[in-house]
Design a protein around this ligand. Structure first.
Ligand code: ADP
Ligand code: ZN
Ligand code: MG
Length: 478
């Protein structure tokens, strides 16, 4: 067979993800050890999670609730009766030599996540436990037995970018619901990434699995690398083999771990330590009724009010900001876009310094102040610098925003005579910038407006200053 250049062949990629997310429970999956991170090695273990012979694990109810919560949010069918399975394999980080997982009947099946009108199918979500962690001197079992859900998608993504959008949306939802903290850097969200390529018109290709990739950029780089590696193999007339590979983030390449094990190798069977687990209608309904408006819906709602997507996500993922935003919107004093700017700006800055400041009593006043400042901004009555000063002095000493504005003489100046004078003076004092502007250096204009702001102690209306400066430069020319 002749070697074709990969540029001349039209390929198509299929990607399926298996996403592991640690659950935000108090305790581990099958014992009462704490579910924590960052402790001294092997400080949080007991006979159950250290895999002593003769142990009897028991199910963490909260983990089941969180899995159901995720399943409901992702449009899954919740199986009312399921069993736990033993997945058998030998590896030093797995002291029992089997992982308690789910195989025959996962807790959630057949869901989807809809993004921009496209539904990405989720085959199942199953419950399982994490394994220990290998390090130079041995194994740390602190992570052993931490509850996980593994979410498996169909091979429905056709590019690294598409897989990335899915992962980010999934992260937004599971974090928002308190299912997982999805701390990628701490490994609480990790992915197995399955990639195959085929010539267009031919059936799906053989896939390789990149095991245990953490970090979005590694998933992205890994997919791109596999696409090129597999396309090259095919164009050289070779076969892609079913393999499990490891992504090396430093060298930015994937390396062979093993030829893929078959399901049969795991010798799955029902774990006799667990009876059949039955979820009552009441249990599932209760979780369903407590499901809040999902962040993707919320985001579109906020966007419909004029808030940008990024600002909306910043608010939604911070319960304190979100609650301030909702209260402010209800006050109906200023627009949502202005509010989002103030909440992600001056309010966030303040609350970062004083995270426990807000309480039942002062929250209303806090929100009212933000709204009133927002209205002043919309009317063009204060500059952003003055808005910040106003907010700070309100927090320090209380007082009504409108009164403070007068007291502190922070009103924005829109008086045209004053602004004309200001522009005249700035132009006279900054001839070089005027020349620069004429020669096409457009940012000289921003400098000149900045000088007007400085001379007016930040109180002049910047858009009027800009107008006045521009008008003068043009007139001078005539
Ligand atoms: P297995 O049981 O052998 O691990 P699954 O059918 O459970 O296989 O699939 C595991 C993952 O591999 C899923 O995320 C699935 O979407 C993905 N996958 C299956 N076939 C392909 C393919 N041809 N290309 C890319 N990914 C695939
Ligand atoms: Zn334990
Ligand atoms: Mg896997």
């Amino acid at each position: 067979m002749s070697i074709e250049s990969i540029d001349n062949i039209k390929f198509q990629t299929a990607i399926g993800l298996e996403v592991h997310m640690e659950l935000l429970t108090e305790t581990k999956m099958y014992c009462s050890c704490k579910n924590t991170f960052g402790e001294r090695e092997n400080a949080v273990i007991c006979p159950v999670c250290a895999g002593y012979p003769g142990i009897l694990p028991s199910m963490n109810k909260r983990a089941v609730e969180l899995a159901v919560r995720a399943g409901l949010a992702l449009n899954c069918k919740i199986n009312r009766s399921f069993k736990m399975s033993r997945k058998n394999y030998f590896y030093p980080d797995l002291p029992k030599a089997y992982q308690i997982s789910q195989f025959f009947a996962p807790i959630c099946t057949n869901g989807f996540l809809e993004i921009k009108g496209k539904k990405y199918p989720i085959s199942d979500i199953h419950l399982e436990e994490d394994a220990g962690k290998l390090y130079e001197n041995g194994v740390d079992f602190n992570r052993s037995g931490i509850p996980l859900i593994e979410l498996v998608t169909e091979p429905c993504f056709h590019s690294a970018a598409e897989a990335m959008v899915f992962l980010k949306e999934l992260r937004l939802i599971t974090m928002y619901l308190g299912v997982s903290d999805c701390r990628i850097e701490q490994g609480s969200m990790r992915c197995d990434v399955n990639v195959s390529v085929n010539r267009i018109g031919e059936p799906c290709g053989e896939r390789c699995e990149l095991k245990n990739v953490s970090g979005f950029s590694n998933v992205y780089d890994g997919i791109l690398y596999e696409e090129i590696r597999q396309k090259t193999l095919i164009s050289e007339g070779c076969r892609v083999l079913r393999e499990t590979r490891r992504w090396d983030p430093e060298k930015k390449e994937s390396v062979l771990l093993r030829s893929k094990e078959n399901t049969a190798d795991y010798r799955y069977f029902d774990d006799p330590d667990f009876p059949e687990i039955i979820l009552t209608e009441e249990f599932v309904q209760d979780i369903f009724s407590k499901l809040p408006m999902l962040p993707n819906k919320k985001r579109s709602y906020y966007a419909s009010l004029g808030v940008s997507i990024q600002a909306a996500e910043d608010i939604i993922l911070d319960p304190q900001k979100d609650s301030i935003f909702c209260d402010c919107i209800r006050m109906d004093i200023c627009g949502a876009k202005t509010l989002s700017g103030l909440i992600n700006g001056i309010a966030a800055e303040f609350l970062n310094e004083a995270p426990n400041y807000l309480n039942e009593i002062n929250k209303e006043g806090f929100c009212l102040a933000l709204c009133k400042i927002g209205r002043l901004r919309e009317k063009g009555a204060v500059s952003s610098t003055s808005a910040k000063l106003l907010f700070e002095s309100h927090i320090k000493g209380g007082g009504d925003i409108d009164l403070l504005l007068k007291e502190l003489k922070l009103e924005q100046i829109s008086d045209s005579e004053y602004i004309e004078k200001l522009a005249e003076r700035v132009l006279a004092e900054n001839r070089k910038s005027v020349e620069d502007y004429r020669r096409g250096k457009t940012n000289a204009l921003a400098f000149l407006v900045g000088q007007c702001m400085r001379l007016s102690d930040g109180k002049a209306d910047p858009s009027l200053c800009k107008e006045a400066v521009l008008k003068r430069i043009v007139y001078e020319n005539i």
